[in-house]
Design a protein around this ligand. Sequence first.
Ligand SMILES: [Zn+2]
Length: 390
Amino acid sequence: MELTREQGYTAALKLFSEYYQKQDASTLSPGKTNMREFGIGDFERKIKFRHMEFKDNSELKNYLSTKTPAFVSCSTAYYAHPSFRPMENKGWLGSELVFDIDATDIRLDCQKSHGTSWVCDNCLTKAKEETIKLIDEFLVPDFGFSKSDIKINFSGNRGYHIHIDNESVLNLDSNARKEISSYITGAGISFDDFFNTEEIGGGKRIKRLTGPKPSDPGWRGKIARNVIKDMEKGPEYLISTGIDKKTARNLYNKRALIEMGINNGNWDIVYIKDKAQFWSEVIKNRAVAQSDKIDENVTNDTGHMIRLPGTIHGGTGLLSKRVSMSELQSFDPMSDAIALHGETIKVKANARNILIMKGESFGPFSDEVADLPVYAAMYLFLKGAAVLSA
Ligand SMILES: [Zn+2]
């Protein structure tokens, strides 16, 4: 017998509750628990109630174990009185700087075939690469944050939240946060900021494209260094970034010459059609993808709420999991963020994409009944690709 959606949700919350009961209260702490505002949601709305506070981690754990919500969020801000309302009465004491990397904000071909609600291996890999890019190419070299100030959290679905909790960022206002996110996303930068067409050769009207050198600071050096690095990766890589086949081969074959030119600021060593357009695209690929929504809300908004690390994502049943810098490279959410265990669950599944969890493939399913491990059954159910059977 098939369970209704509501009965399925009840079964999911029971599993979530069992998970929370087994956790040490400290693993559910966002840090400074008593200074954060909390929000909870059901399966329909991720934040349905907010302005909640918990005096310590065990009160929080007790709440999650007994009142078990589908989604739990906490403020990136610290307050004197987290539950007071309206917002002005909370007594803002500072906010972490948070970046939200989501696979749907990165241009990915796989999403055209599987849609935006499904998450494949490529989506997860690309989101991770974007996270590493944010840290290694921006936060550490350009802003000087130390790796110990940076906390990484898998979102529980298809992305990562990067938190910086450092005295120097706590009191930044919205404008300063907006400037940081604009720098990282490359907002407002254009080809003309970095490249120049110089007339050389006297009366012959020969023009030469000049541009950044690898030794230049900030974005200039980043562009030059990365173009050189990208060429070394081979034609296939260049094609994957959107460069056409012929140009990719040309760049790769002449990379030693081109590199020599770029080292001296000369970007005109090889012929490229529509140069300005071409290099503009290359620059765009070097920025960190963040959605407009995130731009406005997460990095900038000092009153923002974000998924509580250590809690279960109600849309997947996966953990929103803390990942250390050293674990990130090998972190596989579909194995390492699994929270739900127990006996197999019978489902009737309808999923045209293959699901891979813990290295095991499930599906595709077309209205088929199957006995699946709890985590796979719940993942499909919460993604709307299966109904549970009794
Ligand atoms: Zn994908």
